[in-house]
Design a protein around this ligand. Sequence first.
Ligand code: URP
Ligand code: ZN
Length: 464
Amino acid sequence: MIPDLVVAAGTVVLPGGAVPADVEITGERISGLRAAGGGEGRARLDARGLIVLPGGVDPHVHFLVSFMGQRSVYDFASGGIAALRGGTTTVIDFALPRRGGAMLAGLAHRRRQADPGVTVDYGLHLIVTDVNPASLGELASLRAAGVSSLKVYTTYEEDGLRLDDGALHALMARAAAEGMQIVLHAENDAIIARLRREAVAAGHRAPRFHALTRPPVTEIEAIGRAIAFARDTGCALHILHLAAAGALPLVAAARREGLRVTAETCTHYLALTDEALAGPDGSHFVMSPPLRPAANRDLLWQGLRAGPLTAVTSDEVSYPAAAKTPGAGTFADIANGCPGVEARLPVLYTLGVAAGRIGLERLAQVFATWPAQMFGLGGRKGRIAPGMDADLVVIDPAARRVMTAACHYGPIGYTPFAGMELCGWPVATVARGAVVVREGEFLGAAGRGRFLARGPADACAEDR
Ligand code: URP
Ligand code: ZN
């Protein structure tokens, strides 16, 4: 049978390594792999001189979100386009039920917000802020509805998001019984609250106090505590946006012990340091956990190269530049988060592969393969292999471009990666067999993205 599309003669990053090959696509799936240049198809995408990676899986994005009085630029249509332009073909966002409301209702509401216009395949983590017999009783139904991961915050008390230890422990026990995992924003709320109170009372307003009031111990303690709960309950635990390298040995030891514990870091922690917070646009770099010193960044790269980190996510939040300035307020009033879904691949390629820190195979693993496996999508997403969804990104390793705010699809008005000269930009993105982006132009359609019902986490490919 003649394939519908052949992505021809690129360097294809397969699970076993990078080889010159043709990728054959029939319908929405990869139908075959052939020696480079041998394949005939109804359509052809010439990838000579280019690198073909599995379409990215970004399991940590916040589209259509309001927080700290601010609203994101991106919704599920525009955010999905940004993701696809950045070579990411699958995202996992979050559903936040109304406080005291049913979690299933929160999930249904989020799907109503997303489904009509979503442009990228997506799943949802469910944020849990209430633990009680009714909410625990909903877990089995959530699982049946395709949500296998529950997000918990151990901080943001003043924003009504924090779960206390008793609630988290009870939730983990029940989640383990239901085959679900916890994805955790891990910071020690009490220490942060005290340090912030003291800093504000002392008249400190500058963005660098964001990092000074969230020192590494706040992350390390919260991660260690959650691992203790994972050990006790048998619940699978994923650490979101790990920034403090001092927590890496805890994650590594938990994994060696056989606990089902995984951790991601984010693009910005690999690219930036806390010096950015002291610069003229310091407020742009306020996210939690905060940016940390250069030596810490180097240890995160090591954690990516040799373990225990198994994913790099964007933690995309597209608050506009105006929302990222403190105005009359202090560092504590700046909306947390930064955009990154579109920059994840060129930043990782440039600072990782081109700089010799990681190879192409590791790039594919942390960009696509392992995040898919960690969140129950490994059977269809994240790898270039026959039978998998035909999700690919073709990148140009040679083309260099300086990152500016204009590189974003949407009018965000700033980028945390401004001024960085990046290579490895996507030239084409294929999502379920269709070329949905070519040279930055979106060729897909609103509503083409699909909700992905997810099962439990697959074992992560390597024991690391
Ligand atoms: O600063 C961050 N990370 N903002 C996004 C919300 C969260 O904390 O996950
Ligand atoms: Zn978070």
